[in-house]
Design a protein around this ligand. Structure first.
Ligand code: UNU
Ligand code: FES
Ligand code: FE
Length: 380
């Protein structure tokens, strides 16, 4: 294999195809990216009470994220310390104990090993239970409700990691009452490398009018002129990249544009108009425009969202040639139940598992990976 620094040029314009195929590269990514970076786990609103938990993955490590009795959030590797079996098979729930289905070891909310069947008869009193708690995730932190974890005890703080990206994120995370995610997430498999959609969501406005030509025509509204690359909207917006690899694209006034029906767009536009004076007061007129715009963004390495379309995703790597995508709906806490429902339905219909825009993308992403099966094709 060629050295990695020959596989990508510093300006990012050239990336060797093997980066999207090779098993060794993928192992390096698991070690150097997924075992070190801050990874999105869940939203605080999905685990409000002590014992509430979600299961997820960090890289390919199975993880339990659980609200502690003192209100903090803990995260643990979801693998029994006896023979390694999964201790929690559910996606979400509330519990006092995780009891392994193999030999019945059980763990408390804080990961402590609290129960071992036949402890004295099987281990002659020599098992030091304090040494066999569930392995904790080194750091867990929340940024305005978004919960992240890292396996690296020496990683910089989450705030440092998000860096300048916070200046943009705050323009919707700091709405009065804050935001929440509607779960449980929709889950599906895409047979593509995880980097392909992560780059697409943050950096690829270029594909939108062409890949989504039919979808955007069916949706109608202000972005339908993009269908088939017929015309660019008058205020295209801008694109930024920030430290640690977070990327962000912006379409002026675009927030409600991809809600599925005219009435749904109108309902969301009315909400934004009503909120806007508060946001102008808080952020000033220039930055408040972020609140009314549509953003496509990726938080490095594998968390992507479309603010406005209200889709919030994690691309969970599953080998170099597949991923599992988790999709939540992003809403403001203070929105009415009706408006939240509109946004949840719209997200499911556009960017959910069978969403019409998700399927447009999925086919392209999968073919970009699949073509590297050809020995000659992947030499580029
Ligand atoms: O998915 C994207 N990259 C995207 C979605 C870009 C612009 C608008 C909506
Ligand atoms: Fe969990 Fe044995 S593997 S109790
Ligand atoms: Fe797309």
């Amino acid at each position: 294999m060629r050295p990695v620094d020959e596989l990508i040029l510093e300006d990012g314009a050239y990336q060797h195809r093997t980066l999207f195929w090779d098993e060794e590269i993928y192992e390096q990514e698991l070690q150097q990216i997924f075992a070190r970076a801050w990874l999105f786990l869940t939203h605080e609103s999905l685990i409000p009470n002590p014992g509430d938990y979600n299961t997820t993955t960090m890289g390919e490590d199975n993880v339990i994220v659980i609200r502690q009795d003192d209100g903090s959030i803990g995260a643990f590797i979801n693998s029994c310390r006896h023979r390694g079996n999964t201790v929690c098979h559910a996606d979400a729930g509330n519990t006092r104990r995780f009891t392994c289905t193999y030999h019945g070891w059980s763990y408390g909310r804080n990961g402590d090993l609290v129960g071992v069947p036949y402890e004295n008869e099987a281990f002659f009193g020599k098992l030091d239970k304090s040494q066999f708690g569930l392995r904790p995730v080194a750091q867990v932190a929340s940024y305005k409700g978004l919960v992240f974890g890292t396996f690296d005890p020496d990683a910089p703080s989450l705030e440092t990691y998000l860096g300048d990206m916070r200046w943009y994120l705050d323009a919707f995370l700091d709405v009065p009452g804050g935001v929440e995610l509607i779960g449980p997430p929709m889950k599906s498999i895409l047979n593509c490398n995880w980097k392909t959609p992560a780059e697409n969501f943050g950096g690829d406005d270029y594909h939108f009018g062409w890949t989504h030509a039919a979808g955007v025509a069916v949706i109608g509204g202000p972005l339908q002129m993009l269908s088939g690359n017929a015309e660019l909207p008058p205020d295209v917006g801008f694109q930024v990249g920030s430290k640690y690899g977070h990327i962000f694209g912006f379409i002026e006034n675009g927030a409600p544009a991809l809600q599925l029906h005219e009435e749904w767009r109108a309902a969301y536009a009315a909400w934004i108009a009503q909120r806007m004076p508060i946001m102008v007061e808080k952020f000033g007129p220039t930055r408040a425009r972020f609140y009314g715009g549509h953003w496509n963004a990726s938080i490095f390495p594998n968390c992507s969202f479309l603010y406005g379309t209200n889709t919030f995703k994690v691309w969970q790597p599953r080998g170099p040639r597949a991923l599992e995508v988790y999709t939540w709906t992003l809403v403001e806490k203070e929105m009415s139940a009706e408006l939240k429902q509109i946004m949840h339905r719209s997200n499911a219909a556009t960017f959910g598992t069978a969403g019409m825009l998700e399927s447009d993308d999925g086919e392209n992403f999968e073919e970009c990976t699949r073509n590297n099966r050809g020995y000659v094709s992947r030499q580029d």
